[in-house]
Design a binder for this molecule. Structure first.
Ligand code: ADP
Ligand code: MG
Length: 235
């Protein structure tokens, strides 16, 4: 049975970028339970990335609240910065540092640790993501799948309770995409981490997620199991 403790809760969240007509996110409600993998599915421009950025703390809502593990992290009178939210984010383009090696990229996300604790943590993360053999390479010397794993390892560095992944497979070719799907699902299950994964591919969402949230024009229209969204789509 699913854990019923909410890890992420957005209530009545609005975000309107300056100089734009329509809000990027409007009256958004979303609950993600602990240990759950939720796919956020919707067409380009519907507000998926903005939703992740609001959860991570890279954007501040104009109205509504964001809570993580029961603690309000964004509201009218409160704003917890990203580094204190326990949220890891994997950006769509991975955002790796080109002049740093794999191990150095991963080390970047780690807070203050002793030298030996740091070395041990990097070794664990390299092992977890299967990157031990390429630890001293630079991003341009890696395959797309390896680059993605570096981004994931870096995001996992500070032991986040929540992992957000913005279209994690969009830079991969079809075959690799199918393989990485399975790998990512296995990794997330192994960690027992709460994850939100953005995609505009319904098949991908069905393959990886426990539940799917369908987003349209800044609003979440439906949240359900992949089977139910598939058989009874509201849109
Ligand atoms: P998605 O990830 O679903 O493609 P986004 O969250 O990136 O959607 O964008 C939602 C809407 O907000 C779009 O109309 C987009 O053009 C707009 N938008 C996103 N980021 C900015 C920004 N920094 N400044 C102005 N408008 C933005
Ligand atoms: Mg996006």
């Amino acid at each position: 049975m699913r854990n019923t403790q909410p890890a992420i809760q957005l209530s009545g969240v609005w975000k309107h970028y300056p100089g734009t007509e329509d809000p990027a996110v409007r009256d958004l409600d979303l609950t993600v339970y602990r240990g759950e993998i939720l796919a956020l599915l919707g067409p380009s421009g519907c507000g998926k990335t903005t939703t992740l950025r609001l959860i991570a703390g890279f954007e501040r809502p104009e109205a509504g609240t964001v809570a993580l593990n029961g603690e309000v992290v964004a509201s009218e009178d409160r704003f917890v910065p990203p580094e204190r939210r326990g949220v890891g984010m994997v950006f769509q383009d991975y955002a790796l540092f080109p002049h740093l090696t794999v191990a150095e990229n991963i080390a970047f996300g780690l807070g203050r640790l002793t030298r030996s604790a740091r070395r041990e943590r990097i070794r664990d993360l390299l092992r977890l993501t299967g990157l031990e053999d390429v630890h001293d390479r630079y991003p341009h010397q890696l395959s797309g799948g390896q680059q993605q794993r570096v981004a994931i390892a870096r995001a996992l560095g500070p032991n986040p309770q929540v992992l957000l992944l913005d279209e994690p497979f969009s830079n991969l070719d079809t075959e690799l995409r199918l393989q990485m799907r399975v790998e990512l699902r296995r990794l997330l299950e192994q960690l027992g981490i709460t994850a939100v994964l953005v995609t505009h591919d319904q098949q991908e969402a069905m393959a990886i997620a426990d539940r799917m949230a369908v987003m349209l024009a800044g609003h979440i229209e439906q949240v359900d199991t992949p089977e139910k969204v598939y058989h009874y789509p509201v849109n």
